[in-house]
Design a protein around this ligand. Sequence first.
Ligand code: GDP
Ligand code: MG
Length: 468
Amino acid sequence: LGGSISRAIQQMSNATIIDEKVLNECLNEITRALLQSDVQFKLVRDMQTNIKKIVNLDDLAAGHNKRKIIQQAIFNELCTILDPGKPSFTPKKGKASVIMFVGLQGSGKTTTCTKYAYYHQKKGWKPALVCADTFRAGAFDQLKQNATKAKIPFYGSYTESDPVRIAIEGVERFKQENCDLIIVDTSGRHKQEASLFEEMRQVAEATKPDLVIFVMDSSIGQAAFDQSQAFKQSVSVGAVIITKMDGHAKGGGALSAVATTKSPVIFIGTGEHIDEFEVFDVKPFVSRLLGMLLLFPVFDIFESGMGDWSGFMDKIHEVVPMDQQPKLLQKLSEGNFTLRIMYELYQNLLKMGPIGQVFSMLPGYSAELMPKGHESQAKLKRFTTIMDSMTNEGKQKMLFIWFYLLHKLDNSNPKLMTESRIMRIARGSGQPPREVMDMLYEYKCLAKVFWSKMKGLKIPKKSEMSAL
Ligand code: GDP
Ligand code: MG
């Protein structure tokens, strides 16, 4: 008896140590990811302290999936940081609202102004653009071009050098024309300069905006904190838009911007094109911060770890026949992740037994998508069968166009795949439509990972590869 009690006590204390160790390992891992994603150091440190308070070590000892508990707590904590607790001013259709955009030069203000106008125009608003940037040569031309393309009324001047005057005139004119969303684009400077902030203060005072939107480039890194604070001090920022989320940056500066301005992020910019603009959605954003691709409901993704890209590359070397490697890697690095490549990848993966392991190495790969063991084997087989039924070139072509569109469109809405097309493929492959949809969804998820990760990847030389 004595032996079993002491053993139990020993186990208990071991468990606590292990749980603390798991907690610390987890926190360190995530701290690293967050710092790499440009989340401000102080925010990360505060979050760490908070998590340690929130996560109860006893719960962990009892819980089956400790990492999941911890990571879920961290995920929630980050979502909380991004929620300032009150919504931003929402303009009302039919009632003139003045929206002023501020941000450093190059942050994407002018582009974002047009995107914002276009987004609302499609929803039946009457937007208008005012170019109050008299600082940068060509600013008016740029806005004019954007606005003309989108058929949005605009106001500006080639000769007037006083931004306050243009802002007042423009806002006045569009109020008379019954526009309900009057957007004022302002100038920026390369750096945070006193003259810029004074100008912003004056334009705001003259136009009395209902909402000031701070536009921030996602790639500015740790500078986000100072920058957003500086703007907040001169004008009353009420919302944030993060641009260039299509690039490499993860956008951790958003947390700083929300913290300093106490305003929510309302949209993100995901490309140079006018419709590459999305309503901000906190969960996928946080997933991305943590280094995960997440296109669908959360938490299961944690099962698969944070994703290990180099591990995945090693695996490619392992499973893809040597002579096919250069071609595959070349294609991947060009960002051409086609259905055919996915097919080849699956074919090779099918040969190697338990594939859960391989897939778990894919950055952001969700366990939900790829069930473990036999089931996943079977799923891959069904997927390849479906793809086999698409070898006809004409069909392929049609599908690629379709995939491309899907990739561009809202990926959380499978309804966008037209039913008749799915039925057609389902009939051709003898698989239930649900399966076809699953496969397409999967393709889209994978394609997104590859498109974002593989661009610009250094391709190992053939000699290096044969050494593996
Ligand atoms: P401004 O100086 O703040 O008015 O910035 P601009 O609107 O002129 O944008 C600066 C550059 O960033 C331009 O080349 C834009 O095309 C580009 N840009 C703006 N938003 C995005 C975005 O979301 N993604 C990408 N890739 N480029 C963007
Ligand atoms: Mg501009």
